[in-house]
Write a protein that binds this ligand. Structure first.
Ligand code: GCB
Length: 607
């Protein structure tokens, strides 16, 4: 290699890594002083990625001049240059919002779209600035004022960039290249049963913090111990011996803790008489954390969660998880949930079904959703999109899965509603998969030892035996599996002939069960797609599942109909998965009332 070329590559590597370094997540960013960059963003559809690659397919942003991409600052462009794009004249789209539901020609689009927003800033010298994205599906390249900030992969977790010193006084502009192309080695992989909604689907904020600040904290009850708050506070840019004060005025708690000299203070506070959080009484305390010139406050609930034999103990008391599964999708207003009103509506429907628990499938839902669950009193199963047939042997794929899991746990570790971390769904048995999933389970426990770890497993059948013996079960706290008796196998009325054979003596929480019905389509209970068939399925499944002595909860599939390209029947489906208990127009199907009634009785039993 000639010397110059070598030097050039080294420079590229150094600057490249620096440019892509993402800053670790600031806890509770919404409580920080910020401006929202939500609103109408200009967008350019770029199926050939001509705004990213030159005609030799070399990325503009890695070329020597760094010029030519759609992130360029037009004010710096020479008048005589040939420019074949124009953000100012481009149409606009709502952010947050997936693009598929906002323009007819984008309904099935998968690929690159460029989005731009202008905003005013007045940066102060003694502050730190952070550009935050709640979620962009799937790969985001982010540029500020024409300069690359970095890349993020993963469609459902937040990320942020330190933009201190990069903001101009006055007008600034941020450009995002969002690409939702499905790829085998990614998380999720190419094959899922949900719509691949692309774009900036959650909030964008610009936050301001003191230069030395509280960057992260965990304030929760110690595992199984209602008498002790345990956790940590992390400081960035603070003096080595900085102190941290934690106060919960309503509970008379005030503790001052010394940092360890490396920006971390270990929290260990004995508490008495805290009113514990539960679905019946979702008590949240106002918690204040302060250090030096910085102060942050949060609303935190305190509860314990454990298993004992086949029981799940919430605050030491046996609980039955009366749940339902949800996608991050509002069928009434097509697309991803985009406001707290949407989210409240979904969770209220779960409450109407007499639920005390929801499975937020199959990927991290928004922070706001989980905060609402805290406030409304719903326990939560939170999941990462390790779904179906992942590239188990690819090291980068594993790193990606672990990163998404870490980001989810970091974001939601202070939410009392979250009791279960799920590391995946219906992953097919093999040695490499066992290794991959076992590592994820171990990582979860390392990051958070106060919650339960699970995954939605599969069953297999032999004659009339429905068997759960996945070796991964050894690594998990619950026996959770999806079983579609009455829909993909057996008829609803034949379910009583079957028997569950479960290898593990742990609480059973069924993650999926159900079948499809087109709302308003009626007939007898033997006719598929009728509401009566679905109703009969639930009527037969409930006694069938109840034959398991360890049954401690379930989240049937699913609260509402949702869009999926895999659902092709032109009349009954038309791109909708019809397993919802509520239709895409908000109509409750007959099965809704079967489950509601069962949950009402179960609630009485567990009182
Ligand atoms: C499953 C998957 C879920 C699907 C569902 C179905 O087992 O976990 O994502 O949507 O089945 O409807 O077939």
């Amino acid at each position: 290699m000639n010397k110059l070329r070598y030097i050039y590559i080294v420079i590229l590597l150094i600057t490249g890594t620096a440019a892509f370094a993402q800053q670790s997540l600031i806890q509770n960013i919404y409580s920080r002083k910020h401006i929202s960059l939500n609103g109408r963003w200009n967008y350019i559809i770029d199926p050939y990625e001509m705004g990213y690659y030159d005609y030799r397919h070399e990325p503009f942003d890695q070329s020597k001049s760094g010029k030519g991409g759609f992130y360029d600052d037009r004010k710096q462009i020479d008048k005589s240059e040939l420019i074949e794009y124009n953000f100012d004249l481009a149409p606009t789209i709502n952010v947050p919002g997936d693009w598929n539901s906002q323009a007819e020609k984008l309904e099935l689009y998968e690929g690159t779209i460029w989005l731009r927003q202008k905003f005013l800033a007045n940066p102060a010298n003694d502050k730190k600035y952070v550009l935050y994205f709640g979620a962009v599906n799937y790969e985001a390249h982010v540029y500020l004022n024409g300069k690359k900030l970095g890349v993020h992969k993963g469609g459902f977790t937040p990320f942020q960039f330190d933009v201190t010193g990069k903001l101009k006084k006055g007008e600034n502009f941020v450009v995002v290249k969002a690409d939702n192309t499905r790829k085998q080695d990614e998380i999720p992989t190419v094959n899922t049963d949900w719509w691949n909604y692309g774009g900036i689907t959650r909030d964008v904020l610009l936050a301001e913090l003191p230069k030395s600040h509280i960057s992260d904290y965990k304030i929760q009850l110690a595992k199984g111990n209602a008498g002790k708050i345990e956790g940590f506070v992390k400081l960035e840019g603070a003096a080595a011996n900085e102190e941290v004060t934690i106060s919960i005025p309503e509970a008379g708690v005030k503790a001052t803790i010394k940092g360890d000299g490396q920006g971390r203070a270990q929290v260990n506070i004995p508490v008495r008489k805290l009113k514990l959080w539960s679905p019946e009484s979702p008590k949240l305390y106002h918690v204040e954390i302060s250090s030096g010139n910085d102060k942050v406050s949060d609303k935190i609930g305190f509860r314990t969660i454990e298993t004992r034999g086949q029981d799940i103990l919430l605050n030491g008391k046996a609980v039955f998880l009366r749940g339902i599964s949800l996608h991050d999708e509002n069928p009434l207003i097509p697309g991803r949930l985009r406001s707290s009103a949407d989210m409240r509506m979904m969770l209220n429907q779960a409450k109407e079904l007499n639920c005390n628990y929801v499975r937020l499938a199959h990927y991290p839902h928004s922070e706001e959703m989980v905060r609402l669950a805290d406030e409304m009193g719903l326990l939560v199963w939170a999941e990462v999109p390790v779904y179906w047939t992942i590239s188990w042997e690819n090291a980068a794929t594993y790193q990606n899965a672990e990163k998404q899991l870490t980001d989810l746990i970091e974001r939601d570790k202070n939410r009392s509603s979250v009791i279960i971390w799920s590391i995946g769904n219906e992953t097919p048995l093999s040695e490499p998969r066992f290794k991959f999933m076992s590592s994820l389970a171990a990582k979860t426990r390392e990051l958070d030892n106060t919650r339960l770890v699970s995954a939605a497993l599969e069953v297999h059948r032999k004659g009339f035996d429905v068997i759960v013996d996945d070796p991964l079960g050894d690594k998990l706290d619950l026996v959770s599996f999806n079983q579609y008796g009455g829909w993909y196998w057996a008829l609803p009325k034949d379910l009583s002939k079957y028997k569950f054979q479960i290898k593990y003596n742990k609480p059973v929480v069924i993650t999926e069960v159900g079948g499809s019905a087109l709302a308003g389509f009626h007939g007898d209970e033997d006719t598929r797609w009728t509401e009566e068939f679905q109703e009969s399925l639930y009527k037969n499944q409930i006694p069938f599942m109840s034959t398991m002595s360890g049954l401690r909860g379930m989240t049937p599939w699913i609260l509402t109909d949702f869009k999926s390209p895999r659902r092709q029947h032109p009349y009954f489906q038309d791109f909708w998965n019809r397993k919802g208990l509520i239709s895409e127009t908000g109509k409750k199907k007959k099965a809704f009332f079967v489950l509601k009634d069962f949950y009402e009785k179960t609630e009485q039993k567990y009182k």
